[in-house]
Design a protein around this ligand. Structure first.
Ligand code: FBP
Length: 537
């Protein structure tokens, strides 16, 4: 495999580990835990994995060891920088605990476990992927592990390969399913432990226990670099308004973080749009007002950040999308589905530019949801702002030129070489998972805490997944799930944006973060995200 100079240098990088893993280690157990809500229901659904204590690892004289068995690993869902380091940390962790243990990777996501598709991850393979982005070492997939026949198929292959522990690297749903699997295997006395790891660039898998999901740091830094480059171009050419949509599915954490890193003229936060019940017209008017205010000062350029999920948070659009989801679940002909919309939704649908209306009816994801990454919200807003500015011009309220350019950043950041933060964090998550396995834990999520401090002071912990669960309505049924974290409007990151955005709108206060640095002074290479720093301050 041909490699770039950076790839070669980066392969030699030794990720940092929490102090607990530098010598001997001891497990410390806390008190019994409760789920964050719906305690009685969750306890009933998870009799074997409910109420377990939070555990932490501490440096000690004695060493831990692991029995003679093998471990399996699965990557689930969208790519996130650092996945390969979770796997290399897990590999090094189990080899340190028992050099005879083997690590098997299930191919193409959870379906690899069900369909018995796997490879043994040997030292040679692992070495090729250390500190690299991507999930290509074993691939990923979005198959949901939720049926007993799938769990039983997992038992079969685990028994065949001598696997007594599985590590599932995924987002909120995959970790919920990891816990369901752990519970099933305990109830069946299958002798297979299950450990989860918090992954997603979206940053929405966080709570009192999880400080951040891996991949968010690198992805936001990649997007912020490019946003900064676009800002510098905008400020040089002085003739374009750039509308930049950023990945992140529902939550606006990525847009908010990039906003804090680069100080754009406008950064829309979907959660605020929903809280204030803003209509599409109001959002468009606000943007047009800022364009006009800047034009009045001779600045016919600017940058707008748009969260990917915005469209679903605008009340009238939310109703329309829900109606379409329900109708398209049973009706394959789009025209017929549209004819059955409520009068209100039909008029919203008809008011949209044709291309956008069409995108709203495209194929749903496996959960029956509209695929927000396929909707060109940035183009929708450019078109509508243009129309609004023309009306303002006719009324004498706007003097200037408007030329909008649309961008979408998502896939550009999901497989970037992990930043030092993600490289260290992920390696530690994997190494910690190995130690949780050696300690006999199941139904736990591998967690690293105190992450705004130097890695030496990081705390390696295991948290029962049931502790993070509540009951929510999914596909018409009450289901136990890990609560998805949306942007909190009373949280420090949003407040930092709100305190500055009026100034950033009118003045040109751009910050140019530049590319991620892998080698150099710590203040350049090891900074966590602004979100994490503000939340943990
Ligand atoms: P995960 O939640 O699985 O980590 O995936 C996140 C994400 O990158 C979203 O930001 C985006 O909306 C979606 O995946 C895109 O999905 P796909 O990879 O199927 O195009």
């Amino acid at each position: 495999m041909a490699k770039s100079a950076l790839q070669i240098a980066r392969a030699a990088y030794q990720p940092k580990l929490p102090k607990a893993f530098k010598g001997g280690v001891a497990l410390k157990e806390g008190k019994a835990t409760e789920s964050v809500a719906n305690q009685a229901e969750i306890k009933k659904l998870f009799p074997n994995t409910y109420g377990m204590p939070i555990v932490t690892f501490e440096a000690a004289a004695a060493k831990l060891s692991m029995g003679d068995f093998n471990v399996g690993v699965i990557l689930s869902g969208g790519q996130a920088p650092g996945g390969h380091n979770v796997i290399s940390g897990l590999f090094d962790g189990i080899k340190a605990l028992n050099k005879n243990s083997k690590l098997y990777g299930f191919l193409g996501g959870p379906s690899g476990l069900i369909d018995h598709k796997y490879i043994e991850l040997t030292a040679d393979i692992i070495d090729d992927y250390r500190n690299t982005g991507g999930f290509d070492i074993i691939g990923s997939g979005r198959t949901k592990l939720e049926e007993e026949s799938q769990f039983d198929s997992g038992i079969e292959i685990c028994n065949k390969l001598g696997i007594k522990a599985l590590v599932i690297i995924g987002g909120d749903d995959s970790n919920t399913n990891a816990c369901v699997l752990a519970e099933y295997y305990l109830a069946k006395k299958a002798g297979i432990q299950v450990i989860g790891c918090p992954k997603t660039i979206d940053g929405d898998l966080k709570n009192d226990q999880i400080e951040t999901s891996f991949g968010f740091d690198t992805a936001c830094k990649v997007y912020s670099e490019v946003i900064g480059n676009i800002m510098r171009d905008a400020n040089s050419a002085k003739k374009y308004w750039h509308f930049i949509k950023l990945m992140g599915r529902s939550a606006s954490h990525i847009a908010l973080e990039c906003g804090l890193q680069t100080q754009p003229n406008i950064c829309i936060v979907s959660e605020e749009v929903e809280a204030k019940k803003m209509t599409l017209a109001q959002i468009v008017n606000n943007i047009a007002d800022t364009v006009a205010a800047r034009a009045a000062k001779g600045n016919n350029f600017g940058v707008v950040l748009i969260p990917e999920g915005l469209i679903e948070f605008i009340p009238e659009m939310k109703v329309l999308i829900k109606e379409l989801n329900d109708l398209l679940a049973t009706e394959s002909d789009v025209k017929t589905a549209v004819s059955k919309l409520s009068a209100n939704s039909k008029s919203v649908y008809e008011s949209l530019p044709e291309a956008i209306a069409k995108q709203l009816t495209l194929e749903r994801d496996p959960h029956g949801n509209v695929q927000v990454s396929l909707i060109e919200t940035e183009k929708l807003l450019i078109e509508m702002v243009k129309t609004r500015l023309a009306a303002m011009k006719a009324e004498g309220k706007y003097v200037g030129k408007f030329s909008g350019l649309g961008h979408f950043f998502g896939y550009e950041g999901r497989c970037a070489a992990p930043s030092n933060f993600d490289a260290d964090y992920c390696y530690s998550l994997g190494y910690n998972a190995a130690n949780l396995i050696a300690s006999g834990k199941s139904g736990y999520m591998s967690l690293i805490k105190n992450t705004t401090k130097p890695a030496d002071q990081w705390i390696a912990a295991g948290v029962p997944i049931t502790m993070m669960m509540n009951m929510e309505q999914r596909n018409g049924k009450q289901k136990p799930v890990i609560r998805k974290a949306l942007v909190e409007l009373n949280g420090a990151p949003f407040k930092a944006l709100a305190a500055n955005r009026e100034k950033w709108a009118i003045e040109t206060s751009y910050v140019y973060p530049g590319p991620i640095q892998y080698f150099g002074p710590s203040e350049v290479c090891d900074q966590p995200t602004k979100t994490l720093a503000l939340e943990q301050a």
